[in-house]
Every structure is written in C-alpha cells, then in structure tokens.
Ligand binder design. Structure first.
Ligand code: UT7
Length: 327
C-alpha cells in the first residue's frame, strides 16, 4: 500500500466559565425549558476577555501532542480551522505556532465553519499522502461567544467556546482514514453569516451601530439543510469507505441541535444510541464540535481502539462533510 494516515492522539480544551440556561434567562426572554426542548443544550463554556482562540487551541494542542507521545518539534505542519480567529491576519495557526515554540514549519488557517474539522482532515490527509509533510497538528478552535449577538434569543442560546486537536502522521502499515466526503453550496451563504468586517462591509461606526459584526441566522431554514446535507454526506462517506452503517461503532455528528441529530439518525436508519451526543454541556462550538466530541468519546471509553467511527458535519457556507475513521 501507499502512504496511509495514522491517528496518533487527540486533545480537548474548554474554558472554565459555564453559562447555563438559567443564566441566559437573565439576559434574554427565554426559558431553560424552551432551550432544552428545542435544542438539547443545558450549558455551554464561555472564554474570558483575555482568553483567545489561539489560547484554547494551544491547550488542546498540548494535550493532543502529549497523547500522541510526541514532542512539539516532531510536528511539521499546523492547520487550524476557525471562524473566530484571534484577528483577520495573521492566521491563528501562526499565533499557535509561536505559543508552541515550533519554528519555521508551515502553519495556516481553514475557514469552513462547522464543517471545518472535516475540511481540515481532508487537507491534512492530502498533505500526508502526497509525501509533502509527515506529521500534522490539526486544531479546531472557536470562540463563538465573541461574535454572538447577546440580545438575539434565537442565536445566543446555541453557541459555546472550545477547542479540539488531533495529531496525524504518515504510515506504511495502517490507514485510519478510510474515506472523506466534502460539499458546499454558496447560494445559501446568507442563511448563516457574519456580514461585517470584510470587504463587503469594512468596519466603520455604521457597521458597528447596525450590529453587522455578530452572527445572523435563519434558524429554521438552516435546520432543514443541516438534516438533508448531513444524511447525504454520511451516506456518501460510508459508500466511499465501502462500509455499511452497521459497521460503524459510533457516529459523531456536529452538535448543533439535538433535534437535528435525532432526525439524521432516523433518516440514516441508525439507533440514536449509536450517535455520540455531548451538546447538553457544550452547545454548538462550530468546527470544534466534532473533534471535541470524538476526543470525549475516546477518553471516556465509548469508542475503543479499532472501532470505526463516522464524523458528520454541516455549517454555514453552506458546507458539509463526513469521514470514516478507524480509532
Ligand atoms: O451549526 C450549524 C448551523 N446551525 C444550526 O444548525 C442551527 C439550526 N437551527 C436551530 O437549531 C433552530 O432553528 C433554533 C434552535 C435556532 C430555533 O428553533 P426553532 O424550533 O426553529 O424555532 P423558531 O425559530 O421556529 O421559533 C419558534 C418560536 C418563535 O416564536 P413565535 O414566532 O412562534 O411566537 C420564536 O420567537 O420560538 C421563539 N423563540 C424562542 N422562545 C424562547 C426563538 N428563540 C427562542 C428562545 N426562547 N431562545
């Protein structure tokens, strides 16, 4: 066989501060009962003012590198996926590289919203298989709380902060990445977006007063696309891996809404018990969602060595993707 992918380790970091639904009742006109029944979320983690996306990425990276039993110097490519970078440029990956003290190796960001981790995985896989780089640190880190409109009850109840990381390396003996499928459709870009701060609406007093630097979402429409695209991606990645749904020990879906996850499970024809769900305590952490859920499933023994898992994600763009991995 040619060059395969070996997953060496994973790690997660969540900020300390917990914001629960009761806290949100004091901020907007909502209730703990509404949030739980409509989303499945009970609490989410919120970063402090001085805690940056690159700081969460750094903490998750340290854990992933430790679990991979490597030193920082053995990493030769850093990829960060985020829609909440520390700043528009330089890339958060470069800021992470500085914190890790790794010199000269390439580092760059990927912006693919909640599908970011799977896009990052595909990129890491391509770099490794081409022989260009051997050992990749892939980190998904998000601070949605910093771009959330805390006056908008239909969005502020959903999001949370967190980071997850994975270390992957080249292998001539095994291949832990059986398939990846990606898709996107820019026609629906305005269903979920942050309009301000780019070339469309450069930052000005007007963009600030019009609240253009916060998340805008048409939740209902996004909800329907999320289900159909996640089901489509999940089936495609299974087919590309020549596997059946029953071969998968656990499905690790993007944690956007418990009702989306339940509907995806039903449409794929899999028991919800085979879907790993941690949205209750994390909320939607965008690209960090799938990798932090996978790390938790590995660390708490839900997923064991040798198990097949399928990651399934969907996000703004629209973007979607799925991957079949052997843990
Ligand atoms: O990360 C990937 C992308 N994101 C997603 O996948 C999110 C997808 N969307 C969703 O999760 C859901 O659409 C939401 C949770 C955002 C909203 O749930 P919904 O069941 O689609 O509610 P809705 O927007 O249809 O609103 C139903 C009612 C409305 O009241 P009226 O007009 O029926 O009187 C809303 O004003 O619920 C009201 N509402 C709330 N009530 C209490 C909306 N947000 C809240 C709230 N608390 N936080």
């Amino acid at each position: 066989m040619g060059i395969g992918i070996k997953i060496l380790g994973t790690g997660t970091y969540f900020p300390k501060k917990i914001l629960n639904n009761k806290d949100l009742e004091k901020i907007v006109d909502t209730s703990d009962e509404w949030i739980i029944s409509r989303t499945g979320i009970k609490e989410r983690r919120i970063s402090s003012k001085s805690e940056l996306t690159s700081d969460l990425a750094y903490e998750a990276s340290k854990k992933a590198i430790k679990s991979a039993k490597l030193t920082n110097e053995q990493i030769d490519l850093i990829i960060v996926t985020t829609i909440t970078p520390d700043m528009p440029f330089p890339a958060t990956a470069c800021l992470l590289q500085r914190k890790l003290g790794i010199k000269s190796i390439p580092a760059f960001d990927i912006s693919a919203s909640c599908s970011g981790f799977i896009y990052g995985l595909a990129t890491a896989k391509a770099f490794i298989e081409s022989g260009l780089y051997k050992t990749v640190l892939l980190v998904s880190s998000e601070e949605l709380s910093k771009i959330t409109d805390w006056d908008d009850r239909s969005t502020c109840i959903l999001f949370g902060d967190g980071a997850g990381a994975m270390v992957l390396t080249a292998s001539y003996k095994t291949n832990d990445c059986l398939s990846i499928f990606l898709g996107s459709d820019g026609i629906y870009s305005e269903l979920l977006f942050l309009p301000g701060g780019g070339t469309a609406f450069p930052t000005s007093k007007n963009t600030v007063s019009q609240n253009l630097h916060k998340i805008k979402m048409q939740g209902n429409k996004i909800f329907k696309h999320a289900i159909s695209k996640m089901v489509f991606a999940a089936k495609k990645a299974l087919m590309l891996a020549s596997k059946k749904k029953d071969d998968i020990r656990f499905f690790i879906p993007h944690q956007a809404n418990i009702r989306i996850i339940e509907s995806v499970a039903k449409k794929i024809g899999v028991s919800i018990n085979n879907f790993f769900i941690n949205i209750t305590k994390t909320g939607n952490t965008s690209s960090a969602s799938v990798i932090t859920a996978l790390d938790e499933a590995i660390k708490n023994g839900t997923v064991k060595n040798g198990d097949l898992v399928e990651l399934i994600a969907f996000g703004s763009g629209l973007t979607w993707g799925a991957a079949v991995l052997r843990i």
